[in-house]
Design a protein around this ligand. Structure first.
Ligand code: SF4
Length: 289
């Protein structure tokens, strides 16, 4: 069974060559990390601590969560972490993460909206009836309200706030709902939440069973296209500045000659809108910290 994740699919949709470098050639770049990803991980750690300790009966103050966040930041910061945005500093991002946590804490304290059943919960489920493909991922938080409704929560540190229409057809949390309902047959009613903490906004959506069936079908088709792909063409975009494979990429080589015969750098590929997390990175470019 071939195992995919939402981010793996998104990588292909945004640049097939980057997908090839990462998932087929498996060129490892252990020290390459953008500050946006680093910030997201530290904020997620803060919220995981908050909810896991709540499950154990301890409610942290905001100061305690911020202290733990700063300590995690200092402990794990490494010189190789890339800040692409011109004029921005490590401190700008550190403070923005504090804003995200503070907004979330003040909005939801004392966190009694639902019982937390799991944080950072791993899942894997077969996508198609022949079990050729599986999806895997991690759900930031699974909650259950007193009326039995399940909640799937996703924390976002992006500067870019999507529209309601965009979250209503978001693939990632739709797949998470399928995973949740396979694991928990009593989860008949599920609400999906996206917490855009920098904006102090929460977006909410639901999925009908028919939409989830369609989602499985479209995701399976996308995977079949990836499996058939031969060319793996590069897609030059502002996101290249965040790409760990820029040194290997023929689009950016001095001679601009591809070193791989399967790569075609001609500009005939129709320009497309980047998706998901990369879309949100673009948001960082456009807005002040
Ligand atoms: S540098 Fe740009 S075009 Fe090249 S692999 Fe990375 S994302 Fe694709």
């Amino acid at each position: 069974m071939l195992v995919y994740s939402h981010s793996k699919l998104e990588t292909f949709e945004n640049c097939a060559l980057r997908y090839r470098f990462k998932y087929i050639d498996r060129i490892e770049k252990p020290d390459e990390q953008g500050v946006e990803a680093f910030l997201g991980k530290r904020v997620h750690e803060g919220l995981q601590k908050l909810y896991e300790d709540l499950r154990g009966g301890r409610t942290h103050s905001l100061d305690e969560i911020l202290k733990s966040y700063r300590e995690g930041w200092r402990r794990q910061w490494a010189p190789g972490i890339k800040i692409v945005r011109r004029g921005a500093t490590e401190r700008d991002y550190l403070l923005y993460g504090e804003t995200c946590l503070t907004n979330y804490y003040r909005r939801y304290s004392p966190f009694a909206q639902s019982e937390t059943l799991a944080t950072e919960e791993h899942f894997q489920f077969p996508l198609d009836s022949n079990s050729c493909y599986a999806m895997q991922g991690y759900i930031d938080r699974v909650g259950r309200r007193a009326d039995g409704t399940y909640e799937i929560h996703d924390y976002k540190t992006s500067r870019r706030l999507p529209t309601q229409d965009a979250v209503d057809c978001d693939r990632q949390l739709g797949l998470y709902q399928i995973a949740l309902q396979k694991e928990r047959p009593d989860a008949r009613s599920v609400d999906l939440f996206w917490h855009y903490m920098g904006h102090d906004r929460t977006l909410r959506s639901t999925r009908q069973p028919k939409q989830l069936v369609q989602l499985c079908e479209t995701t399976t088709k996308l995977i079949e296209n990836i499996e058939r792909e031969k060319r793996f063409e590069p897609h030059k975009s502002p996101l290249c500045d965040w790409c760990e494979y820029k040194p290997e990429c023929p689009v950016w080589s001095r001679s601009n000659h591809g070193h791989m015969r399967t790569v075609h750098t001609g500009g005939h590929r129709k320009s497309k809108k980047p998706k998901g997390i990369v879309n949100s990175i673009l948001g960082w470019l456009k807005k002040p910290l």
